[in-house]
Ligand binder design. Structure first.
Ligand code: HEM
Length: 444
């Protein structure tokens, strides 16, 4: 549509005015020049600033992330071992492995528990996919609020059902954490948590957990409705924002590498040289893995997991690109289109990681250039970039270093996508792993 209607156009969906912005220059006006005006979401979460501060400053602070390395390592090693013992030579759903590794590492870091040891991993992935689907599905109630109480398409009812199923699974993970909190004195608690992401000063993190627990146990008090918005937002951002996106881009990176064997060879040679076939990947290797970094960025460019970012809402009337944007409009920033603009990118549809290896033209994930925005920009930029970067690098580098991946003989590689709030592959990537490391004890 951007090609037909230009870099800014409006869509009137019922009573809702939506504006789609698809050029780096106009995105800059929205997220830099008028960042305050466009820093709201829909629905507005009253305390998002406080919540974001706790989230970025405490839960995902460098100290907490460094502390959580042992947990990430354990989860990545478990997956490598699982693939080696159960999947060698067999058709393997790579995305599912990426997802379970990321979700388990994230839950352990945030709540101190995993989904492992239960049968819930796969169900949980389906539930997350369903909630993402329902979240993106056009809902008549949004466009004609007067019809909201009838829930004509039943989206509200379905979402509640899925949410309640997810709540049950999460409550098991949180229960473990809460039991520890309830039974242990604080000193013991700190001892138990040694090496985990909560340091003793992370009281606010614990309060958030209490809020989540409250939300899961009680549905009827006044505090509940306040918590409800806050915790569901937090939950949604972490679980969907944090795990589905990371696993989805991981699957796309592996797909592109299988589609371009010459790039696969480059990445694996780099891993052999930097890590060595007698070792497993460690986080300190990451800064030296330049080619993998370029491959990841090129994949983000072609397959941004959140193609329209997360919609913003204008808090006052503004002019963008010479057009009047009324207060209360919903703004979509079309990263997908911007990352394919031929005037900005040479051969934008070709997979050319080398473009990200040019030191005089470096790109980061903070939106330093408005033509590359997979994590957004400004006040509402993705709050989880440091964790996403570490998890993504770790899972991909480990899977690619520990195994060779081939397509099953009878299969063709499908590179088509399914449009949604998170852009996934149309069909899962199924590949056959074989061991690559020279020291087989590393797979134990
Ligand atoms: C590849 C992985 C990820 C991608 C592509 C991604 C992308 C995004 C995007 C595009 C936004 C909206 C930005 C904007 O409006 O400017 C966002 C918001 C957010 N993301 Fe991520 N994200 C990823 C991973 C994570 C992780 C690992 C976490 C946390 C564990 C996380 C937490 C959040 C939160 C809390 C927000 C809301 C920020 C706010 O509204 O203030 N994300 N993400």
């Amino acid at each position: 549509m951007a090609r037909v209607y230009g870099p800014i156009y409006k869509l009137q969906l019922g009573t809702k005015l939506c504006i789609v912005v698809s050029s780096p220059e106009l995105v800059k006006q929205v997220v830099r020049d008028h960042d305050t005006t466009f820093s709201n979401r829909n629905p507005t979460i009253a305390d998002w600033r406080k919540l974001r501060k706790v989230f970025v400053g405490q839960m995902l602070s460098k100290i907490n992330l460094d502390d959580g390395y042992a947990l990430r390592k354990e989860e990545v090693h478990k997956s490598i071992s699982h693939i080696y013992h159960d999947k060698i030579g067999t058709q393997t759903d790579v995305g599912e492995f990426a997802f379970s590794t990321v979700i388990n590492a994230t839950l352990r870091m945030l709540w101190g528990a995993t989904l492992q040891g239960t049968n819930f991993g796969e169900d949980y992935r389906k539930l997350v996919a369903e909630i993402v689907y329902l979240f993106a599905k056009p809902n008549i109630s949004d466009y004609f609020p007067v019809l909201a109480r009838f829930d004509i398409q039943g989206i509200e009812r379905q979402a509640k059902k899925v949410q309640s199923a997810i709540d049950k699974i999460l409550s098991r993970a949180i229960e473990e954490q809460m039991k520890m909190l309830a039974s242990a004195k604080m000193g013991e608690y700190n001892k138990n948590m040694k090496g985990r992401t909560f340091c003793s000063s992370s009281w606010r993190t614990i309060i958030i957990m209490k809020m989540v627990q409250h939300r899961l146990q009680c549905n009827n008090c006044r505090a509940c409705s306040w918590y409800s918005n806050l915790t569901f937002g937090l939950f949604f951002d972490i679980v969907v924002g944090g795990t589905d996106t990371t696993a989805t881009i991981g699957e796309w990176v592996l797909t592109e590498l299988m589609q371009h064997p010459e790039e696969m060879i480059r990445v694996q040679e780099e891993l052999t040289q930097i890590v060595g076939l007698n070792n497993l990947v460690e986080e300190f290797h990451f800064p030296k893995l330049h080619h993998l970094d370029a491959v990841i960025k090129e994949t983000f460019c072609l397959h941004p997991p959140v193609p329209l970012l997360v919609p913003r809402r204008s808090s006052q009337p503004t002019i963008i690109g010479g057009y009047y944007i009324p207060k209360g409009s919903t703004i979509f920033l079309n990263a997908w289109a911007i990352q394919r603009v031929p005037s900005v990118w040479d051969d934008p549809l070709e997979f050319r990681p080398q473009r990200f290896l040019n030191p005089s033209n470096s790109f980061d994930y903070q939106g330093n250039k408005f033509q590359f925005l997979p994590f957004g920009y400004g006040r509402r930029i993705c709050a989880g970039i440091p964790l996403a970067e570490r998890m993504l690098f770790y899972v991909l580098a480990s899977f690619l270093h520990s195994f060779d991946w081939k397509l099953p003989n009878d299969k063709k590689l499908d590179v088509s996508d399914k449009f949604g709030i998170v852009t996934k592959k149309n069909t899962p990537l199924i590949a056959v792993p074989t061991p690559r490391l020279s020291n087989l004890e590393l797979y134990a």
